[in-house]
Design a protein around this ligand. Structure first.
Ligand SMILES: C[S@@+](CC[C@H](N)C(=O)[O-])C[C@H]1O[C@@H](n2cnc3c(N)ncnc32)[C@H](O)[C@@H]1O
Length: 280
């Protein structure tokens, strides 16, 4: 029988309660998402993808890189239209990409920036489709940037550039924040839970007109009540994203119209994606 969203939520809740107890008893320590911690995580992930670069034959292939199961054979669950689904993580990611694409097309932009472009899979897919737009990826982890540039070369994509860049060092990239540039992020600000305000304040001062943040902003829904309680605990236990909604309302709403959409989509059900759309 298919697992329900509530039984999945109970499992996650149990894991997070155990986690909390271990942290209280000092058996486990709470991670701190700082630069070193983040770099370490992505160094490993992107090195593995780099080693397999030859196995990807197209940008779409490169995008669809999440295996249907975990290495130990465990089922990989995702959230699709608020339903629990099995082995569809790539499909969910692709639906999120299409949401970004629709917003991008509406802006008629000349340039697009992805904040925290990772291994470049989103931008490579867009750049292969929209040859008249220039795409720029800004990314902290050097191996990820090297991988993304190597993939662009492999797929012969010329209208994309990836730069090693810490988003808190705004001097290094503020020249790119022009009127004709659409800016988006996909699960990047969640990796910088205390410092996401720095790039957003820089964007606020710039001429950028439209920003789409696809981030796991906490949204509560009764239809997912147990999962959403577990999610709250997970955010606290694992130093995940908190305060983006409040910050946007308080500090950005004078400059942008703000739209928040609970997408009901999540590569991981316990870390679903919300759209925060900022328009001048
Ligand atoms: C979850 S990954 C998402 C990557 C990409 N957006 C995607 O959808 O495939 C988050 C990325 O944000 C990057 N990141 C985290 N903190 C950053 C910072 N301060 N400056 C630039 N990139 C950062 C990480 O290195 C990582 O590649």
């Amino acid at each position: 029988m298919r697992k329900s969203i509530h039984s999945y939520g109970i499992n996650i809740l149990k894991i997070e309660i155990k986690n909390l107890i271990k942290q209280i008893l000092k058996i486990n320590s709470k991670p701190t998402r700082d630069r070193d911690y983040i770099n370490e995580i992505y160094e490993k992930i992107r090195n593995e993808k780099f080693e397999n670069l030859d196995s990807f034959s197209s940008p779409k292939d490169y995008f669809f890189d999440i295996p249907a199961t975990y290495a130990d054979g465990g089922i990989r669950y995702s959230l699709l239209n608020n339903k629990l689904v099995e082995g569809e993580a790539n499909q969910v990611n692709f639906m999120i990409l299409e949401i970004i694409e629709d917003i991008m097309r509406d802006t008629s932009c000349e340039n697009v920036i992805e904040l925290g472009s990772g291994g470049g899979k989103n931008l490579l897919w867009f750049a292969s489709k929209y040859k008249n737009i220039k795409f720029i990826g800004l990314e902290l982890n050097k191996t990820s940037v090297d991988l993304a540039n190597a993939a662009a070369k492999k797929f012969d994509i010329q209208n994309v550039e990836f730069y090693e860049c810490d988003l808190t060092k705004t001097e290094t990239y503020k020249k790119f924040l022009t009127k004709n540039t659409f800016v988006y992020s996909h699960h990047t600000l969640e990796e910088m839970p205390r410092i996401f305000k720095i790039p957003l304040n820089e964007i606020k001062k710039s001429d950028v007109q439209v920003v789409a943040l696809l981030e796991p902003i906490y949204m509560f829904s009764f239809s997912r009540i147990i999962l959403d309680l577990a999610k709250r605990l997970r955010i606290l236990n694992r130093d995940r994203l908190i305060g983006l909604k409040k910050f946007s309302k308080r500090k950005l709403s004078k400059h942008f119209n703000i739209k928040l959409v609970d997408l009901g989509l999540g590569v991981k059900p316990e870390n679903p994606t919300t759209l925060l759309l900022l328009k001048r």
